[in-house]
Design a protein around this ligand. Structure first.
Ligand SMILES: *Cc1c(COP(=O)(O)O)cnc(C)c1O
Length: 388
């Protein structure tokens, strides 16, 4: 059956006929499920993937969310987790063993890198791609792990090319697809084995819930279910699943508005001589990134800029003037946020990582671009006044 994204996000899975006419799905707030007979109980225990036994297994509310996410990504199956990191760590724990190597492509979310550093203790190696995939792949490379777009510099990589090379070598591919969401990018249709999300960002969308998901073929998700989910135990609660199902209803709509607001803010930022770079995939040159239009159908609202004159003091002056943009971690909610990797004493470290000391990251929310632009204008004015 072919459902549109809008159908999946809204009506799909509503069963008023079973649920006493309720439009909204029930929250199965239960830790366990009981059985009429001992035979039925023992039978269900043999296959927890297909039966309701315990909520650190399958829960009907979370299962509805999983069905919707699998359909949105055009994947066979999805497993949800108590956080994005729960989902990410489950992929590594399930697919890797001692002696394996992971190849990172593009800039990778900090905690994901820290996790792989920790896994060195278990004899699992990792390295970063130099850009030439064929020469980066080692005899023991088991998984190519990608972020595209990244979430600090928003760089993009050619997903079809990566999945094609990986298949030739019999290597698994996984992507953290949090930036684009399945509304704007469906990596499984480009040959990726696994698509991973932090549901905490756009999919939840209201900054009131933490969750994660992995989508892929039955074969892989069953393996992840058993080892990475049931034994690791990063469970998404039924209440939180309900909130994420609610977030999904407006996901297509919100993504279009985040995109629209973000592109308007970018038009404004382009007029500012204090800004030397705008990091957002809409700004990458077509001739260098001809693959973008084949793999993405839109842009979310997470961008960063590089100020001509960086450093802690300038960044703090700029950010402290903002009132619509709240200062904080995370992104992808209805509210606009501002953040920078700079601290009082890490300039050298940042430059080593290829990050400028003038970098500021914005998550463009749903407040309306005029309000946000007026807010940014105050930041730029404050920069002028410290100069003069
Ligand atoms: C936030 C984030 C994660 C981690 O998700 P949590 O829900 O915070 O555990 C992973 N990847 C990216 C790109 C993120 O932004």
């Amino acid at each position: 059956m072919n459902y549109t994204d809008e159908e999946i996000c809204t009506q799909y899975g509503d069963q008023p006929e079973y649920n006493r006419g309720s439009v909204s799905p029930p929250i199965y707030q239960t830790s366990l499920f009981t059985f009429d007979t001992f035979e039925a109980f023992t039978h269900a225990q043999l296959n927890e993937r297909e039966n309701y036994v315990y909520t650190r297994g399958v829960n009907p509310t979370t299962e509805l969310l999983e069905k919707k996410l699998a359909l949105l990504e055009r994947g066979e199956q999805c497993k949800c987790f108590g956080s994005g990191m729960g989902a990410i760590s489950s992929v590594f724990f399930s697919l890797l063993k001692s002696g394996d190597h992971v190849l990172f492509v593009n800039n990778i979310y900090g905690p994901t890198q820290q996790l792989l550093e920790h896994l060195q203790n278990f004899n699992i190696e990792h390295s970063f791609s130099t850009g030439d995939l064929e020469s980066d792949i080692k005899p023991h490379t088991k998984l190519i792990y990608v972020e595209s777009p990244g979430t600090m510099l928003m760089n993009v990589v050619d997903l079809k090319k990566i999945s094609t090379v990986a298949r030739q070598h019999g290597i698994y591919t996984a992507i953290d697809n949090t930036w684009a969401t399945p509304i704007f990018q469906k990596p499984l249709t480009l040959g990726f084995d696994l698509s991973i999300h932090s549901l905490t960002k756009y999919i939840g969308g209201h900054s009131d819930v933490v969750g994660g998901a992995v989508i892929g073929a039955h074969r892989l998700i069953d393996q992840i279910f058993e080892y990475g989910f049931q034994l690791n135990g990063a469970v998404l609660s039924p209440q939180d699943s309900f909130l994420i199902i609610r977030g999904l209803r407006t996901l297509p709509l919100r993504m279009r508005q985040h995109q629209d607001n973000c592109l308007r803010v970018i038009q404004y930022l382009k007029t500012k001589e204090e800004v030397i770079k705008i990091n957002h995939p809409s700004q990458w040159k077509e001739e260098d990134f001809s693959f973008i239009n084949d793999q993405m159908t839109g842009y979310s609202g997470l961008l960063s800029i590089e100020l001509k004159e960086g450093g802690f003091k300038n960044i703090a002056t700029f950010i402290n003037q903002l009132s619509r943009f709240k200062i904080g971690v995370s992104w992808g909610g209805y509210e606009s946020l501002v953040n920078s990797p700079i601290k009082e004493n890490n300039e050298v470290e940042l430059i080593d990582q290829g990050i400028g000391t003038g970098l500021i990251r914005f998550s463009i929310g749903l407040e309306g671009s005029d309000l946000l632009i007026a807010d940014l204008e105050r930041g730029f004015k404050a920069l002028h006044s410290i100069k003069s």
